[in-house]
Design a binder for this molecule. Structure first.
Ligand SMILES: N[C@@H](CCC(=O)N[C@@H](CS)C(=O)NCC(=O)O)C(=O)O
Length: 209
């Protein structure tokens, strides 16, 4: 089994942090997205979408999408539970992961991919051949700011993102926010709950994975 990974990319990081929390070690293959290695024949033979991360099982089949890969390992290595352990907590983790992907990850990707010349005609991840739309970068900044405010408000009633304990939703949010800062959208100083939560989850050894 091996994980197709890129050390500096935020979605592969979600999987690495999750694996570190579970104490799972995997062989990895590094793919250079900036250099377009994910769009070359060799990688497309593994994952025709040309996106990362991808998990390849020993039987040759593949699983992509960071959340789906993490779910696979939640089933194979149930302890500690990172997708909730009751119907309600499982639903809360699912809800937050979807919100974070839609309202933070995609907008941060929109900022990067619609401004950086490396992504000219690559404004959508993978094999899409799509031109840049600068207005999407502006919209992305606004959406990320809205997400920051909403998560800060939510953290008034919960010490972690979903259901008051550390889960894959915290991992997803930490990776999304680090990515958003990388593209230039800082967490405003007045969002103190968000800053405190972020310091706490970023101090976990898994965050360095
Ligand atoms: N929803 C996907 C997003 C995958 C994605 O966009 N990955 C980026 C790296 S963070 C990628 O593969 N980019 C390829 C490219 O830029 O062409 C997931 O959760 O895995």
């Amino acid at each position: 089994m091996k994980l197709y990974d890129m050390k500096d990319a935020p979605n592969p990081r979600r999987v690495r942090v999750f694996l570190a929390e579970k104490g799972i070690k995997l062989d990895t293959v590094q793919i250079d997205i900036m250099g377009g290695e994910n769009l070359q024949e060799d990688y497309l033979a593994v994952n025709p979408r040309g996106v990362l991360p991808t998990l390849q099982l020993d039987n040759g089949s593949i699983i992509d999408e960071a959340a789906a890969i993490c779910r696979y390992f939640e089933d194979t290595h149930p302890a500690p539970p990172l997708f909730g352990d009751t119907p309600q907590s499982k639903a809360a983790v699912e809800s937050w992961i979807r919100q974070i992907e839609t309202d933070a990850f995609t907008p941060a990707a929109d900022v990067l991919r619609n401004t950086n010349p490396v992504f000219e005609n690559r404004s959508v991840p993978g094999t899409s051949d799509t031109p840049q739309v600068p207005a999407l970068a502006e919209r992305g900044v606004q959406r990320i700011q809205g997400f920051y405010a909403r998560l800060d408000q939510h953290l008034a009633t919960s010490s972690y993102v979903a259901h008051n304990c550390f889960t894959a939703a915290d991992i997803t949010a930490m990776c999304a926010i680090d990515f958003a800062e990388f593209v230039g959208v800082e967490v405003p100083a007045e969002l103190v709950r968000l800053a405190e939560w972020r310091t706490r989850v970023s101090a976990r050894p898994s965050a360095a994975a």
